[in-house]
Each structure stands twice: as C-alpha cells, then as structure tokens.
Design a protein around this ligand. Structure first.
Ligand code: FES
Ligand SMILES: [Fe+2]
Length: 434
C-alpha cells in the first residue's frame, strides 16, 4: 500500500501552537500550526512557493501564516492573501497558493495528517504513537546552479583579500570543491598550485581563473574617485551556495522582513521594479524613489527638504559579482556596496564586501569613525542575510521557473537566473568545442 494513503501521527496536540512545527508524514515534509490561538490545526507544505524558504521559520499574524523572507501571507485554506511587494491592492498569482495535504485531524491527543485522500478515520492508538522523523524540506525538482557547476571554471573568482597574503607568505583556499595553494614571493608576485589559467589582483582582491575566463569585468569607478572612502568588511562564510546569496543581494523586497532589526523598518514593502538593461556578462538596473534623508546636514539648516530623490543602481556580472550604488541626486552623497562571492564547496561560499562612501561634492571625506560605524552596520546586515541562507538550505539557485513563483518585483532575480543559464550553456558549448 502506498504509505501516503493513510493517517500519520505527527505531533501531540498540546505541542502545536501558533508557532509552526516541522513534521513528516509518509516521507513528506509539512508544517503544522494553529492560525487562531487555540483554534484548529492547519497543515501546510514545508516550503514557501516563492523562494522555497522553510515555513517552519514563519510566524502567525492576524490569523495568517507569514513567510519570514518576503512576508507572503497564507490563510487556513493555503491561499496566498498578500504579497507585500505588490502593495495593498496587488493580486497574488494563483501559483502562490500552498497545496495543503488532504486532511489534518486532532484525535486521541494527537495531530494526525493524511497526505492523500483516505476513507478511514485516524486510528485509536494501542500504544503511544511514534511520529516519523521530520524529513528535510524538499529540494527543487528541476536543475539548480550550484557551487560546482563546471561552467564556473571559466570565470575569475575572488579567493583572498590582497592584504590576507603577505610577501613571502602562503595560504590554502577552497574554490569549486578543490584546494589551491597560493603564495606571494618577496617581490610581490603570486603563484598557485595546482596550475590555473590565471591569477591576478584587482579591486583589492586576489582572483583566480581555473580555466580561460569568459566573464566580463565588473567596473567600480568609485575606487578611483577621490571623493569616496573605502572600507572592507571582514570576509564571512555563508553555509550554502553562492547563487541564492547573489539573489538575496539583488532582492529589494526582503528588507522589511529579513532586516527588520537593522534597516528593514525604513524600507517600503511595496517595490516597483526598475528598468533592466542587459549588458555583456550581466545586467544593470536603475530605480529612482523619493525617500527621507535625515543624514543630510543641509536638511537641518533648511538648505534641502527632508524628502529627496534617491537613485539605486544594481550592476551584476556573472557568476557572482555585484555592485549596488545608492545616491541622493540633490546632494550627490553616495554609498556603494560590492559583493564578491567565492564558491568554495557545495555548501560553502566566502563573501567579500566592500563599502564605498562619499558625502558628495564639496563635502569633507567621511571620517574614520563614521566609516567604522557604517562598516559595523553593514556587518550586522550581512549577518542577517547569511542567517537567512542558513534557513533556506537549498543546493543551488533554481533554474526551472516551475520550481518557484516570480512576481514583478523579482525582475532582477529572474534576470540573474537567465544570466546564469546563459553562462551554463556557453560553458557547455565551450567544452564541446574543445
Ligand atoms: S515570501 Fe516566502 S520565500 Fe519569499
Ligand atoms: Fe539583505
């Protein structure tokens, strides 16, 4: 008999509250939760359909289950009732609804779950039921872009900050599942074992290309602009693949939820997708919004209004290089963030982050104390992103559109998936030709 055609005890009734609990039934992963406190138990699939975040990390608010990543809300029928990035009048797409199991019942002090239709009732247990171990939430069924994709050999990857390798020193790094021994001679020149196509220094980092690279450079004009002061965050390790992390850095809709403790409260939930321009090896997107700028000293003196125009420019280059620039158009003050990712192993990515700050033309350079404060804030924000990757636990960035649900605000995420698909295809063509 198919194991899913029956009832499974999944939790004691007393243990199910308004905090979602991950459970397993017939080898499938679910969450059970009470939407009204002391109301009936509802069961949902383990992952949110949007970006596959486990719903066990969600919360209940106003009788709805709220996903922790972008705040999509689900009612007791599994219907998606709100997508915050679409605004209050937005209509969630039908695919955003959760496919619930056939039934969930509370009997004999236990919560029972039937994944598929059954004509029986939950049995009266003769001894204490033993719920099955909770399975991992399911992974995407289609292809994913992971940290060992063969195409990644044909790209430049950051492997160390330049200052992490002194003259006469050596260091072992991981890249694409292999160990590489880097050394710097007394004259400053670099060497690598095993042999690679190339090794170079650029943007304050050491870069390694295992095979002939086919990627386009990421230009960072701020590094040569004397109005900007740069500060590197200490590199951190994310316990997952680089693709979903790059997706997060391009995502303007997770702020109010993932970064609620730092900058999120200031972000609007509604996001209007900006224009997207394809460029060689990636894309660029520019958005303009009116926001409050209390940090502008001219606001206090009445020289400029509190609400000002801010332009945000995202620049992406395959496989995992991003530049995010935010500038206030009236004052010229600008902040740029570089996110450069090193795909170490299937479940490990090293993240290099550089912050570049300018207070605008005619203004003094940001002081070391202000830079230290800004770097500390960016470290806290990055730690929130890394924690969200830990929760996500997927093997790579899904490339099949059927594995996720995209809404208009996900335009850059969709462009990222398309750019990585093109990169994979180009890599395959290159290997076939060779
Ligand atoms: S709202 Fe659930 S992953 Fe985005
Ligand atoms: Fe973030």
């Amino acid at each position: 008999m198919d194991a899913s055609l029956t009832w499974f005890p999944v939790a004691r009734t007393a243990d199910v509250t308004t905090t979602p609990v991950a459970v397993g039934a017939g080898g499938r992963a679910y969450v059970v939760v009470r939407l009204p406190p002391r109301g009936e138990v509802t069961a949902f699939p383990a992952r949110c359909p949007h970006r596959l975040v486990p719903l066990a990390a969600g919360r209940v608010e106003g009788g709805r289950l709220v996903c922790p990543a972008h705040g999509w809300r689900f009612d007791g029928e599994g219907r998606c009732t709100q997508v915050p990035s679409m605004g209050d009048d937005g209509c969630p797409p039908p695919r955003a609804d959760l496919r619930r199991p056939w039934a969930v019942e509370e009997r004999h002090g236990w919560v029972w779950l039937a994944p598929e239709p059954t004509t029986t009732l939950p049995p009266r247990p003769v001894s204490t039921p033993r719920p099955e171990p909770t399975p991992e939430p399911p992974v995407p069924t289609g292809p994913v872009f992971d940290n060992l994709a063969p195409a990644l050999a044909h790209a430049w990857h950051p492997v160390l900050l330049s200052r992490e390798l002194r003259r006469g020193g050596w260091s072992q790094v991981r890249l694409l599942g292999c160990t590489w021994n880097l050394s710097r001679a007394a004259d400053g020149s670099l060497a690598v074992e095993p042999a690679a196509f190339g090794l170079r220094e650029r943007l304050g980092l050491i870069w390694l290309a295992p095979a002939e690279p086919a990627d386009a450079p990421l230009e960072v004009p701020e590094l040569a602009d004397r109005r900007f002061v740069a500060g590197w965050l200490p590199p951190v390790r994310s316990p997952g693949p680089a693709g979903p992390l790059a997706d997060t850095f391009l995502d303007a809709t997770h702020g109010p939820f993932v970064h609620a403790a730092t900058i999120g409260a200031a972000d609007r939930a509604r996001v209007d997708p900006g224009e997207l321009q394809r460029e060689p090896g990636g894309f660029r997107s520019v958005q303009e919004q009116w926001v409050e700028n209390p940090l502008d000293p001219e606001v206090a003196t009445g020289g400029r209004p509190l609400r000002q125009r801010r332009r945000t420019t995202y620049t992406y280059r395959v496989p995992f290089r991003l530049r995010l620039r935010q500038e206030f158009l009236d004052s010229g003050a600008a902040t740029t963030l570089l996110y450069l990712l090193q795909p170490e192993d299937l479940d490990s990515t090293r993240v290099y982050t550089c912050l570049l700050v300018s207070d605008g033309p005619g203004r003094p350079l940001p002081t070391p104390a202000r830079m230290a404060e800004q770097v500390a804030l960016q470290r806290r924000i990055l730690a929130e992103d890394v924690r969200s990757q830990e929760t996500l636990a997927v093997p790579g960035l899904p490339l099949d559109p059927r594995d996720e649900v995209h809404v208009p605000a996900d335009r850059l995420g969709v462009a990222l998936r398309e750019a990585l698909c093109d990169f994979l295809v180009a890599g395959r063509t290159r290997r076939t030709a060779a």
